[in-house]
Design a protein around this ligand. Sequence first.
Ligand SMILES: [Zn+2]
Length: 78
Amino acid sequence: MISKLSKSLCPMCGGKKELSTTTFSIDYGDGIIIIRNVKAEICVQCGEEWIDDKTADELEKIAGKARSKKLQLEVVAM
Ligand SMILES: [Zn+2]
């Protein structure tokens, strides 16, 4: 339906994406980790968020560390 899908536009609604920061929460079963100040591209129209591969890797590392500490709740900032 869309012939010129630009990387800079939201694939959900076609809105503009802007670089910003967001808060992620990951439920890993034994507890929850909240990661603040995560770099993300956020659609100004529908609020959909994207993170790049490097950021995703970092999130995984942080979540793994929290899991190994067996904390019920961990709040960190990137
Ligand atoms: Zn959108």
